[in-house]
Write a protein that binds this ligand. Structure first.
Ligand code: 4AD
Ligand code: MG
Length: 428
């Protein structure tokens, strides 16, 4: 039976499996470093006492997958964990050809061979960190009585706005890929499900070539009933994030520090909050040409991020009180004002979430939808969700790949997701 490398104990007779990370062939001795998902170990082959292994190790190539049986022994000279394996049997399960990428390869070459690129300890850790983030968030939500939802990704009408939509042929009819589970989250409120979440794919047909945009990402979306003030949504999200980051720091903090050189800072509650008009004033003071009513451009977000992160000594901040004109039609307005009850959450200067209190009153929602140019005919299926009773509610959508990227200071989202999709990349 296979033992994971992290579980190896001195004196035991074991079988381990993984890929060859390093192989050094010396006069009378051979050193193998074998890696599996849990760690790496040195295997030392004494050529004189193990001649039967040599025809096998002769065929070794880096990254070949092998199974090795042998004894675990303590050896203070071994830098890698102070122990090694003295093998009695080696089986090559799969030989690797010379690798097409190495550390010097550029990001596109690496993405072409993503499965090999993922073999690095850094990338394996990234995948584990993302797993724990999702696991913690799911636990937090389930403990708060949320129900998990899996809404359809093939839809007949745009789910967010008419732009950025992938179209597909659905048995001769036009269909789309969802840009957000937004409408179905709200439908669940009308279904009386009270609090729901979904962790699933989100599609955006956006020709963006930035370090934070992808055409398919994973969204963590929540919606909860009986929320009337946007402050309640923000307070919930900051608790969720703090909970998940605490788990990540506890489990992987040291490893992240070692491999990524990043300190996970468990954020202090409450996160700083700032109104859009005050953010605009800061930007104007920094000599940017922007007026209240306009949306931030990338340069504004960057400047604001640097300024606020430094000033607050906090990696997160909320921006609230956006003009309704630059927000989605379904955001509730604050009284009769033209301010939306919504927010964006920034982490290390980048947007990771948009959230809001939604307009649940049929008449007002219909008016807002039409005022934003939606056609009544097309949007009616959604408006119908509010026709037969719907509690007040709010929620948010968080980009999982962005969170992973920012948590570990990975320079591009291309490398913070399992397999990246962009305007010019749909492989592997
Ligand atoms: O800000 P967005 O577009 O908001 C919505 O989808 C709303 N329905 C959410 C809500 O509940 N009101 O998307 C939510 C988050 C963004 O903040 C960002 O983190 C991520 O999804 N995101 C992207 N991530 C990668 N690539 C893209 N092209 C993204 N677009 C949005
Ligand atoms: Mg947004």
């Amino acid at each position: 039976m296979r033992t994971l490398i992290k579980d190896l104990k001195n004196g035991e007779q074991v079988e381990i499996s993984g890929f060859i990370e390093k192989f050094r062939d010396q006069k009378s001795i051979q050193f193998i470093v074998l890696r599996d998902i849990s760690g790496a170990i040195q295997i030392t082959v004494d050529k004189n006492s193990n001649p039967q292994l040599l025809p096998i190790t002769e065929q070794f190539t880096i990254n070949s997958f092998v199974t090795i049986k042998g004894k675990v022994v303590e050896n203070a000279f071994v830098k890698l964990g102070g122990k090694e394996i003295l093998p009695t049997e080696i089986v090559i399960e799969s030989i690797a050809e010379t690798l097409p990428i190495d550390n010097e390869s550029n990001i596109d070459q690496k993405l072409d061979y993503r499965w090999i690129d993922l073999r690095t300890p850094k990338n394996a850790l990234m995948m584990k960190v993302q797993t724990l983030f999702v696991q913690s968030a799911r636990k937090f939500l389930c403990d708060a009585n949320f129900v998990e939802m899996h809404s359809p990704k093939i839809i007949s009408q745009p789910s967010e706005s008419g732009s950025d939509l992938f179209t597909l042929d659905y048995f001769g009819e036009k269909a789309y890929l969802t840009q957000s589970p937004q409408f179905y989250k709200q439908m669940a409120m009308s279904s009386g499900l009270d609090r729901i979440f979904e962790i699933g794919p989100v599609f955006r047909a956006e020709k963006s070539f930035t370090n934070r945009h992808t055409t398919e990402f994973t969204g963590l979306d929540i919606e909860m009933s009986w929320v009337k003030d946007v402050e309640e949504v923000m307070a919930f999200e900051e608790e969720l994030l703090t909970y998940s980051m605490k788990a990540i720091k506890e489990t992987y903090g040291e490893e992240i520090q070692k491999l990524f050189g990043v300190e996970i800072v468990v954020p202090k509650l409450p996160f700083p909050r700032l109104k859009m008009k005050d953010a605009i004033e800061i930007l104007q003071d920094l000599d940017y040409d922007i007026e209240f009513g306009e949306d931030f451009a990338t340069e504004h977000e960057k400047a604001l991020g640097e300024y606020l992160t430094k000033k607050n000594g906090h990696e997160f901040y909320f921006i609230t009180d956006y003009p309704a004109d630059i927000r989605a039609f379904y955001h509730m307005r604050n009284g009769n004002s033209n301010i939306a009850k919504g927010y964006d959450l920034y982490f290390k200067g980048m947007e990771i979430t948009t959230g809001a209190v939604r307009e649940h009153r049929y008449e007002i929602l219909t008016k807002q939808a039409l005022a934003k140019g939606n056609s009544q005919e097309k949007i009616q299926f959604y408006l119908d969700f509010f026709k037969y009773g719907c509690p007040p509610h709010g929620g948010f959508g968080l980009g999982l790949d962005r969170i992973t990227m920012l948590l570990l200071n990975i320079p591009s989202i291309k490398e913070s997701m399992y397999i990246f999709r962009g305007p010019t990349r749909i492989k592997p």
